[in-house]
Design a protein around this ligand. Structure first.
Ligand code: AMP
Length: 224
């Protein structure tokens, strides 16, 4: 049964750490709103608006989209009513200025950040996951060719849509994304540790086991 919770959390960790998978499990368990900047930006690209081309030029090469664009997207989304019951920020913040903008925005709306889950993950694990990831063109569900395959190859179990490989999951871009993560996002680990918000979890664990650990952690800390 889904329960209503008012926690605001950030999922921090390299691409391929399993943040999206855990976010989906957390949504199901606690009824929080999942805000994935990667998903929102991909949607903006597929809608083909005026900024679509510019966004995809960053994303397809594994570079970060400029802070101002991403922050505006997140803050607008967090201002909507369905964000009042608590949010899971997945893929945001990714830089120190983004983290500071998030703090100001939460402050201004009388909200707080309750926990930052840091998914500590080895590069080899992240690379194996990203290179085997397949995504449904229609409903966005993620699969993995060996770890979590669809029943019928290339076809989504849920909606029958076609599965594809994200442009930025191709090997040359994956390496760049991990480097970009090291250079920008690692700084945030200290930022949140200093604030006493950081909780480290093992991103290398299978999804079910990791979820059980996170659930136990939240219960211990009275977060849910
Ligand atoms: P993700 O799905 O989280 O791996 O994000 C895919 C791509 O979207 C990233 O490689 C970036 O190009 C862009 N992106 C997502 N979130 C952010 C962010 N917080 N700041 C800058 N770029 C982002």
């Amino acid at each position: 049964m889904t329960e209503e919770r008012r926690a605001n959390m950030v999922l921090l960790g390299p691409p391929g750490a399993g943040k999206g998978t855990q976010a989906a499990l957390l949504v199901k368990a606690y009824g929080l709103l999942h805000i994935s900047t990667g998903d929102m930006l991909r949607e903006a690209v597929s809608e083909g608006g005026p900024t679509g081309g510019e966004l995809s030029s960053y994303m397809n090469t594994g570079k970060l989209v400029p802070d101002a664009i991403v922050t505006r997207t997140v803050i607008e989304r967090m201002a909507k009513r369905d964000a009042e019951g608590g949010v899971i920020l997945d893929g945001y913040p990714r830089t120190r200025p983004q983290a500071e903008s998030l703090d100001s925005s939460l402050d201004a709306s009388g909200r707080t950040l309750d926990v930052v889950l840091y998914f500590k993950t080895q590069d080899e694990v992240a690379i194996q996951r990203l290179s085997g990831r397949r995504v449904c063109k229609d409903c966005g569900k993620n699969y993995h060719i060996t770890n979590m395959s669809s029943k019928k190859e290339g076809v989504c179990d849920i909606c029958g849509g076609e599965l594809y490989q994200r442009e930025d999951d191709k090997p040359e871009t994956v390496k760049n994304r991990l480097t970009v993560y090291e250079e920008n996002t690692k700084d945030l680990i200290e930022y949140y540790r200093t604030k006493g918000l950081l909780q480290e979890v093992d991103g290398g664990l299978p999804a079910g086991e990791l979820f059980n650990n996170i659930d136990a952690l939240f219960k211990k800390d009275g977060l849910i």
